[in-house]
Design a protein around this ligand. Structure first.
Ligand SMILES: *[C@@H]1O[C@H](CO)[C@@H](O)[C@H](O)[C@H]1NC(C)=O
Ligand SMILES: *[C@@H]1O[C@H](CO)[C@@H](O)[C@H](O)[C@H]1NC(C)=O
Ligand SMILES: *[C@@H]1O[C@H](CO)[C@@H](O)[C@H](O)[C@H]1NC(C)=O
Ligand SMILES: *[C@@H]1O[C@H](CO)[C@@H](O)[C@H](O)[C@H]1NC(C)=O
Ligand SMILES: *[C@@H]1O[C@H](CO)[C@@H](O)[C@H](O)[C@H]1NC(C)=O
Ligand SMILES: *[C@@H]1O[C@H](CO)[C@@H](O)[C@H](O)[C@H]1NC(C)=O
Length: 170
């Protein structure tokens, strides 16, 4: 039933299961796998993007952590499940934005080692738990959006140490 598709290198635009991706890319993209199967290639396109694609279901596979991405952008999808800790391996990730979807569970503390992260956006999901102190490790963070979830507890004092933060939606 998994119907998330993974865009990699060259060629393509749409598929039978996930139609009409808005994917602003000068290169064409090829769909070379179905999540959780991950293709093993060279990624000319380093953005994984699914916008307004409610046909996109299934969960985020841990194998995403093997991709050499700079940006993950999903908005208004039917993707569910938890945030795989393996995402913390994508060391050059600057934008992690999965909003208005069905992501649940907690923010893995391990994400704190994504030192280049400028945007962390899980607005409009079903996340629970608290905001980990590790959030203060994102020294480059400009935008933090965690509103419209089930997150509770206090705002970590360390948030005040994020000197680049310009947008905060809690
Ligand atoms: C996808 O795009 C095509 C061409 O623009 C359009 O005809 C079709 O209705 C769109 N499908 C969906 C599901 O939006
Ligand atoms: C990916 O490709 C490289 C080089 O072609 C190969 O050495 C490696 O075993 C492959 N990894 C997987 C998981 O298939
Ligand atoms: C999204 O998921 C909901 C609940 O599982 C389902 O009712 C709905 O049909 C799904 N939307 C699409 C476009 O698949
Ligand atoms: C981040 O942490 C994960 C899991 O602990 C590890 O596999 C990964 O190599 C770390 N990445 C960096 C850039 O330190
Ligand atoms: C990444 O996030 C930053 C900070 O919010 C933003 O300025 C930038 O446009 C985003 N880049 C992409 C590719 O979304
Ligand atoms: C904020 O950073 C300053 C300077 O690096 C440090 O002394 C202070 O302990 C930090 N505060 C928190 C709450 O981490």
């Amino acid at each position: 039933m998994l119907s998330i598709l993974l865009l990699c290198t060259v060629a393509v635009s749409a598929t039978a299961t996930a139609t009409n991706h808005t994917h602003a890319s000068p290169v064409e993209n090829t769909i070379c796998g179905r999540l959780p199967a991950v293709c093993n290639g060279t990624y000319a396109e380093r953005t994984l993007e699914f916008v307004d694609d409610q046909a996109l279901t299934g969960t985020l596979p841990p194998e995403l952590g093997n991709l050499d991405l700079t940006s993950i952008h999903m908005w208004r999808t039917n993707v569910s499940g938890t945030i795989p800790m393996e995402l913390s391996r994508i060391s050059e990730l600057t934008n992690l934005s999965i909003s208005w979807s069905r992501i649940s569970g907690t923010l893995p503390a391990g994400l704190g080692n994504l030192s280049r992260l400028a945007e962390l956006d899980f607005y409009g999901n079903r996340l629970s738990g608290t905001i980990p102190d590790a959030i203060s490790d994102f020294s480059e963070l400009e935008e933090l959006s965690l509103g419209s979830n089930d997150i509770s507890g206090t705002i970590p004092a360390k948030l005040g140490n994020l000197s680049r933060l310009t947008s905060l939606y809690l």
